[in-house]
Design a protein around this ligand. Sequence first.
Ligand SMILES: [Zn+2]
Length: 378
Amino acid sequence: MRLGRIFGIPFGINYTWFIIFVLVTTSLAMVEFPVAFPFWTRAQYWAVGIITSLLFFASVLLHELSHSVVAIRSGIPVKGITLFIFGGVSQIGKEAQHPGTEAKVAIAGPGTSLALAAAFWALSVVARPLNEQVFALARWLAVINAALAVFNMIPGFPLDGGRVLRAALWGLTGSFSRASRIATLAGQGISYLFILLGIVWVFNGNWIGGLWLVFIGWFLENAASASYRQVMLREALSGYSAGELMTRDCAYVPGDITVRTLVEEHVLRTTPDDVGGGRRCFLVSKNDTLQGIITLTDVKKIPRNRWDTTLVSDAMTAAEKVLKVRISDNAFSVLEQMDERDINQMPVMDDGGKVVGMIGRDNLIRFIRARSELGMQK
Ligand SMILES: [Zn+2]
């Protein structure tokens, strides 16, 4: 759910955020505040609970925002910020190019949380003799922001502390991939510790806290593995261009055949001029000029009872709307573009703008598989 923009950075919330918002507010209004301050009215518990909870999420947003702002200032694009069940995440467009930049971007978040903790602590000191509600709110926010800073500085990738660790190792060894591997191992080790500790808690009767720890550990493990795969992909692909990995024998089809003909004679069958059945993507051309491209995704949008009456040229994505890559583009950046736009293949054009091939996820995956089969991964 998109909410708006701050400093030009779009931010939004995931539906899981509502679960945690309700949980935090309820535990504040029904447990935390009533235990510490027994003489408030029920309305006061809920009002202070809601405001505290909102300020907590504003704090998380500020933490993420500081990562994003430092990233943008260092020339790294940021797609947006999303708040979800475990806090926030900044979608940073690509990895930093230098260890110093990575360290700066990583440390900005915990630094902000620490500054917020100090500010709320100061507010709690001032408010203590004046207003119990403001005191309660400020004290809780001081503690939670400090906890946020400490948690995020745990040196396991992809936590902020793990990124700092990676930047330090990267600076020391000069190897991004080795630094990533060690920081990821640390991250996975910490995730397993979380899970183990959570199980111990569950057996000691702390069900909610224990399950929560297991959940966080599981999430961290997933995030660490996923980030590492991305690093390995970058490592494997970065020395190659789109032109080197693309398929040159594209299947061309005319635009004036029906969708059914396309499916029956080109998708599901091997024709003499074709490499085989099961193709997912076709270039549509007329007199040697590209009119568009049609993929199985486009075909699936047409109801089956209209396959006989719909022409390929009506179902395709027109050439001018198709995103293309250049033959000299880096293969990893091609993958990033496909991820960003959620597409599976892109036409590749030469310097004259003529389409000379197609590059798809399957090309890249086959390439990586072959590389690792030959023992070429670092
Ligand atoms: Zn952070």
